[in-house]
Write a protein of this length. Structure first.
Lengths: 554, 317, 317
């Protein structure tokens, strides 16, 4: 049986591709690994939901594939230059900003009701209510007021004049004409049980995007059909289905058997799987490995006396060969990170200090830090302390475990002992990093957006403690007054060139201090059949489905 | 008998009650929680948002308080909402339960139908080549990892031959029974291959032992027809361990087919329970687990009753 | 008809025979006749030897099983690497040999522990019946449905030094291994408990047991001398069939951070890691799979052999 099985597998691998994906006219089936728990735009936060929602509606503004801010539902991006945004002095003496948007004149919900400022005001009312259970509350909290001028134009006043003043990327509208009946401000907590997005998901009135939802089966699939009231380019498919297949090996099999046509990069197979797949199926698909804003790095617990020494941190980074890891494990598809700023971001400083693999220099730094006694193959200081750290990450993530073992062996070569201790994701993120319970190193990723200011990650005011109820994401415990000030300055600097100078300074401090060890930016593999056109990976969280009207069969 | 059954019923109620508390506490005691995972996936969310959401879902209240509230509501037939899916618990659980029942019954009936003749034959001809073949098949079935077996079947039947769907519940846009049946074949086949081994092996070893017993020799010596000896006298006595195992396996199929369900993207109870537990979706996890517990209790009761049928000397008082 | 317990037959046989044929010798003689059992035993001994000698083999071959070499990934079989290399360029043969240390230890020790716990509970439950039986079996029913996952996550969070373990043990690298054994034994005893209890229910009504009771034999003696030997066949099947499952379960534990941590190898984690690369590197899954298969087969044949060896009636055939 076993050998028979082996034979079958070997034979099928040799002949794989015999049953090729057959395209059904006008239909597209897409595989993804996760199903959204809710489709309400503001309750809960998960990538799968954003991806599905972008098929059926548009936020006011977003970033395009070149990482530039653009208007989607609005007609023109408001700026101070074009007069649609004005700095204002708020009653409490702070400097705020008023931004005026105009909703696209042809925007209509799927049942024909126009999208109007009523929806904007209603969305704000729902979002700002603390009992609604909104995931990203900050975007509502920063709004001082919204004033509607007519059906289509309105002015938002925000409490702080930041350089990103005109962005409302996560401001997704809720249809007032449907949801008003389900939302009672006095018992807002019940809204999540009543929202039509979950109780009557196929109601066309919930959507104004190129597609609307025709069928949805929780945890299994969601099917879209064109929405006739959409104001943009006509969608090209009669039916698009997103099918959930959690196991990525099974996902590959589904692609080969033709039961799905295309694997979405945002929630698809892992990069090593995709690279191996490409070798076997080079001609049948187009491959796009879009490096994105997922920043894989190692947080260092700066309360650890060994890690307090900057020389040790720099030595650690010099001792590992990230170029080799990226080349050998990921065929160079994931760029090495030097700081948390992605090379594709316009603020990236080409001349940032880099740490190319240099074992000799690393050894010198360790020696200088006092770890110059070799015992049992590892470095010790005069007091007999071993240069030894615990390296933790999420258990069961094969890719991270591979990187972890390579790092362990590269550090061993310079006399640093690494003990691997992995935990399930919920414990790792819910306790170990959040409550800063890791003793040495924590390997994980931050997802960001273009020109994101990592205030909560690097500012000393955001170190989680028991006293502040573990608020903040500065898990390393990094404290640098210069950095604190810089982060606040960047946020409110409107002039691009001045901001560029500040960002350069930011990257200089980051790469000198190394509160975290930068590893690389993750790439998302898109496996697209040759006949499918119009898929443009973006590399940030506002992904391909935002432009789904351009998807077409060749 | 009535007294025995009503006693068992009371015991079962007690077990379910205790289990509900144990399960609730276990889920509550797990360190970390899924809301914090949202943070690492959304740059705009802050730790303060996470704390607010926890309070919103009542996850910050003391465990015993939440448990008692849940118990009170459940006793009144209100099983609450799924924290994860924002839908009433039964709307989530019932369709899954139905799917699992198809899977469970299919796999159970087929395994038993194959395993009993195979086990008996193997026992009557120990160490013959048929016996060895049956044994090898059984060992392969239990030592091949489920994910591997599932992938092999997908490759063979969906990719190479293209005659069965690779996974899912139904062809989208269709709702005929035969269509659903096609989606059941591969998962049922996977579970059958895995389950057949146990029943066959217990039956085989039980039969071998019984066939050596004096009373079987006596029956044979008296000239009783061989098939009557085997199927009436021997099988009956060899069935006690087999019945035990069948009851246990049937229960496992209800909530333990997680890997099979995942590989074939089949929406069953196993995956639902696992996901709900991991997501701290207390309401769904509890109903799912209590259901699985009740089924186990029921199946083991059936097994106990069957013992008495198989061996009339066993009595419960 | 007064039938004697087989073990009593054994004792009487012993009394009438010359000293050279003590029971152990008899058992060995019968065992030896089972060819499959002999081969199985040999395979197990060979695998165990490899595991024990792993460090010696490592230094003899000059292959460090944990040394990463990124330029050497997925090398095909060669004289230097008879089975090729893995995803980090490590010698696969060496990793499999080291993996055997963990997997065989966990598989064999846990299977024995599980069977022992289950047997004692089953014997007590079946023999005493009544309230004892009701309590133990309802405990068992609940235990079966106890969700493994939250239990594992909660257990992983327990700080071993806080539960009174001396720091020397708590800090020892073998701790995770003992923990795996303990956890699996704690969850897996239910099958053998239900099996043994079922058989005990039936056996305690038999004449030879009643005779022993009438003669005033102690309960312990009746349970372990009269009943246990006759309940051996399902216990052996349960223990030998479970071993494969246990070896695979170990890798599931690692998934939750409870098992062994990388870079330590086990058959289970080599297999699980192969899951994502199964299409391009199927051999990474097949080698550990074959080893688990070989272990399961060998154990089962040895089990069959033992069943025959302990059953004096085989003598007459």
């Amino acid at each position: 049986m076993r050998y028979l099985a082996t034979g079958v597998l070997a034979a099928s691998l040799a002949l794989s591709g015999a049953a090729l994906a057959q395209q059904k006219a006008g239909e597209l089936t897409v595989a993804m690994t996760q199903f959204p728990s809710t489709l309400n735009p503001h309750i809960d936060s998960m990538l799968a939901k954003t991806i599905v929602l972008h098929m059926t509606q548009r936020p006011l503004t977003t970033f395009n594939e070149k990482w530039q801010a653009i208007c989607l539902l609005c007609t023109e991006l408001p700026t101070i230059e074009n007069g649609k945004a004005k700095p204002v002095d708020l009653p409490d003496g702070k400097k705020g900003v008023s931004v005026t948007y105009t909703i696209h004149p042809n925007a209509k919900w799927g049942d024909g009701t126009p999208v109007t400022t009523k929806d904007v005001l209603f969305t704000y009312e729902v979002g700002k209510n603390p009992d609604t259970g909104v995931a990203n509350m900050e975007q509502f909290r920063e709004i001082v007021s919204i004033v509607a001028h007519d059906d289509k134009s309105f002015t938002v006043t925000k409490d702080k004049l930041k350089f990103s003043y005109n962005l409302m990327n996560d401001f997704r509208l809720i249809p007032e004409h449907i949801e008003k009946a389900n939302f009672d401000p006095k018992s807002a907590a019940d809204y999540k049980k009543k929202t039509a997005f979950d109780t009557n998901t196929t109601n066309p009135g919930l959507f104004f995007g190129p597609y609307k939802i025709a069928e949805i089966v929780t945890s299994s699939h969601v099917s879209f059909v064109p929405n006739p009231t959409w104001f943009g380019d006509k969608p090209k498919f009669n039916r698009v289905t997103f099918k959930v297949i959690e196991n990525t090996a099974a996902m590959e099999a589904n692609l080969l058997s033709g039961s799905v046509d295309y694997i979405m990069g945002e929630l698809g197979i892992t990069i090593d799987q995709a690279l191996a797949f490409q070798k076997r199926q080079a001609d049948k698909y187009n491959y796009d490995f879009k490096p994105g804003l997922v920043y894989e790095h190692i947080d260092l617990n700066l309360d650890n006396p060994l890690l307090k020494d900057k020389r040790v941190r720099q030595g650690l980074l010099l001792a590992i060969n990230r170029d080799q890891i990226v080349q050998q494990l990921f065929e160079g598809k994931q760029p090495v990170a030097h700081t948390n700023v992605n090379p594709l971001d316009w603020i990236y400083d080409k001349d940032v200090k880099t740490y190319r693999h240099d074992a000799k220099k690393a050894a010198e730094l360790f020696d200088a830090a006092g770890f110059n006694v070799m015992k049992e193959g590892y470095r010790h200081n005069a007091a007999g302390d071993r240069l030894r750290f615990e390296l933790m990450t999420t258990a069961g993530n094969r890719s991270r475990e591979l990187v972890q073992q390579v790092l362990q062996s590269q550090w061993k070569a310079v006399g640093v002992e690494i003990v691997i201790k992995n935990e399930p994701a919920r414990v790792f993120f819910g306790e170990t990093t959040k409550e800063r319970k890791y003793t040495g190193m924590a390997l994980f990723a931050w997802i960001s957006s273009p020109e994101n200011v990592p205030l909560t990650i690097l500012s000393s005011k955001h170190i989680p403690t028991k006293e502040n109820n573990w608020a903040g994401q500065n898990y390393t415990g990094y404290k640098n007054p210069e950095m604190d000030k810089l982060l606040e300055d960047i946020e409110v600097e409107l002039d691009r060139e001045k901001r560029r100078t500040l960002w350069t300074k930011f990257q200089a401090i980051y790469s000198e201090d190394l509160p975290v060890l930068p590893l690389f930016f993750r790439a998302e593999p898109f496996i697209v059949p040759k006949w499918l056109k119009g898929i443009v990976p973006t590399g940030h969280q506002y992904g391909t489905t935002m432009w789904s009207q351009n998807w077409a069969a060749n | 008998m009535t007294r025995f059954l009503s006693l068992r019923f009371l015991q079962a109620l007690l077990v379910v009650l205790v289990m509900s508390f144990v399960v609730y506490s276990l889920i509550g005691l797990m360190p970390g929680d899924p809301i914090d995972i949202m943070l690492s996936g959304d740059p705009n969310m802050t730790a303060a948002d996470a704390a607010r959401l926890r309070a919103h879902y009542g996850l910050d209240r003391p465990l015993h308080e939440r448990y008692l509230e849940w118990l009170g509501n459940a006793a009144r037939g209100d099983f609450g909402f799924s924290r994860q899916h924002h839908q009433p618990v039964l709307a989530i659980v019932l369709p899954r339960l139905l799917n699992t029942l198809y899977l469970m019954i299919g796999a159970f009936v087929i395994s038993v139908a194959i395993a009993i003749p195979a086990g008996v034959y193997a026992a009557r001809h120990p160490r013959s080549w048929v016996d060895q073949a049956i044994n090898l098949f059984c060992f392969a079935g239990i030592s091949v990892p489920t994910f591997f077996l599932a992938l092999l079947l997908i490759i063979l039947f969906a990719v190479k031959l293209g005659i069965l769907p690779a996974g899912g519940m139904k062809t989208i846009g269709q709702s005929s029974f035969t269509d659903q049946l096609r989606y059941l074949i591969l998962p049922v086949m996977t579970l059958t291959i895995i389950n057949i081994a146990q029943i066959t092996r217990y039956l085989r070893s039980g039969m071998i032992e019984v066939l050596r017993e004096d009373y079987i020799r006596t029956a044979r010596a008296k000239g009783a027809h061989e098939s009557r000896v085997v199927w009436r006298h021997a099988l009956r006595n060899a069935m006690i361990p087999t019945v035990t195992i069948m009851a246990l396996e049937c229960g496992t199929l209800l909530s333990g087919a997680v890997i099979t369900e995942t590989m074939f993207a089949y929406l069953g109870m196993g995956k639902l329970i696992l996901d709900s537990v991991l997501a701290n979706d207390f309401n769904v996890a509890l109903i799912g687990l209590l259901f699985a517990c009740s089924v186990t209790l029921f199946l083991n009761l059936v097994a106990d009753l069957l013992y008495a049928v198989l061996d009339p000397r066993i009595s419960y008082r | 008809m007064v039938s004697l317990s087989p073990s009593e037959t054994l004792i009487r046989d012993e009394a009438g025979l010359p000293p050279a044929t003590r029971p152990a010798v008899l058992i060995w003689r019968r065992f030896r006749r089972h060819k499959g059992a002999l081969i199985g035993g040999a395979v197990l001994v060979a695998l165990a030897l490899l595991a024990v000698l792993a460090p010696a083999i490592e230094s003899w071959r000059g292959q460090d099983h944990e040394a990463v070499n990124l330029f050497n990934r997925f090398q095909p079989a060669s004289a230097e690497h008879p089975l090729g290399t893995d995803d980090l360029g490590r010698d696969l043969l060496m990793r499999l040999i080291y993996g055997g240390r963990i997997s065989l230890f966990v598989g064999l020790v846990t299977a024995c522990l599980t069977a022992s716990i289950g047997t004692v509970i089953g014997l007590v439950s079946g023999w005493y019946g009544g309230r004892v039986d009701a309590f133990l079996m309802r405990l068992c029913d609940g235990w079966i449905t106890l969700p493994l996952l939250p239990l594992l996550i909660v257990l992983a969070a327990v700080d071993p030094t806080k539960v009174g373990l001396p720091a020397a043990i708590a800090k020892s690298p073998d701790l995770s291994l003992y923990r795996i054994v303990l956890i699996i034994s704690l969850v897996a005893w239910t099958t053998s408990a239900r099996l043994v209890r079922g058989v005990t229910l039936s056996l305690k009504t038999r004449d030879f047991v009643q005779a022993a009771v009438a003669q005033g034999a102690s309960t312990a003696r009746i349970l372990f001398v009269h009943i246990l030997p006759n309940a051996l066949s399902p216990i052996l099947v349960a223990a030998t069939l479970a071993s494969g499952n246990i070896i695979l379960l170990e890798s599931t534990l690692s998934f939750f951070g409870l098992g062994i941590q990388p870079p330590v190898a086990s058959w289970g984690n080599i297999l699980t890691n192969a899951q994502e690369i199964i299409w391009s590197q199927p051999m990474q899954a097949i080698y550990p799979g074959v080893l688990i298969f070989a272990t399961v087969i060998s154990l089962n044949f040895v089990g069959d052999g033992l069943q025959d060896a302990f059953d004096p009636r085989t003598e007459g055939r």
